[in-house]
Ligand binder design. Structure first.
Ligand code: SF4
Ligand code: SF4
Length: 192
């Protein structure tokens, strides 16, 4: 997760925010220290009362701040209202916007998430996935790009759409596919 650059208005919003009744990241994210897989409720979630082990929660829970909590999104774009958590992610020397759905299809059902994606799309790629994506190499995910381009990936296949129309279908380069398989194998191994 990348931190936002300095912006007084964003910093003002961030200072006034707390998670409140939202605990979506506790479901969507994996927590290796607890052996909790992505997309599964944490056994310590206590609904609107927050975390049941707040004072001793793992470091990743203490460190995680979604883009809304960092002040990067509007007040009414808190994840529990949109159905997905949104992060700025460092990729090489650039950034992308990561949208992780709480359930498959949440992005298509959420005009708010779609609005967020449109705001950022001309500046950086938007990667849309669901929680299972991090443990299943064949799980489909999408990348929205500027100019109406969209890449839909599943396993070693990629479909390229423009303006919602399929314009090309091909296999991913083997090195890319192998890299993804290895990284998922490593994540799953850490969870065992
Ligand atoms: S998704 Fe964001 S607002 Fe919701 S609990 Fe996590 S950090 Fe807080
Ligand atoms: S330990 Fe607490 S903060 Fe961490 S995932 Fe579980 S409920 Fe959320």
């Amino acid at each position: 997760m990348a931190e936002l650059s300095s912006d007084p208005e964003r910093e003002r919003r961030a200072a006034s925010r707390s998670c409140g009744p939202c605990s979506l990241c506790c479901t969507v994210l994996r927590v290796d220290e607890l052996g909790k897989g992505a997309g599964r409720d944490c056994v310590h979630q206590r609904g609107e009362r927050g975390c049941g082990i707040h004072d001793t929660r793992p470091p990743i829970c203490r460190a995680y701040r979604c883009l809304w909590l960092q002040g990067g999104l509007a007040d009414d774009e808190r994840p529990d209202a949109t159905g997905g958590i949104v992060d700025l992610e460092a990729v090489g020397i650039g950034l992308r916007l990561g949208i992780r759905e709480s359930r498959r299809g949440a992005f298509d059902d959420s005009p708010v998430l779609q609005g967020i994606a449109e705001r950022y799309r001309s500046e950086m790629p938007i990667r849309i996935s669901d929680a299972e994506d991090v443990t299943n190499p064949d799980r489909p995910f999408r990348v929205l790009l500027a100019g109406g381009l969209e890449h839909r990936l599943a396993g070693d296949r990629i479909e390229i759409h423009r303006g919602g129309i399929l314009i090309e279908r091909k296999r991913l380069p083997w090195a890319e596919r192998l890299g993804r398989l290895l990284s998922i194998w490593w994540r799953n191994r850490k969870l065992q």
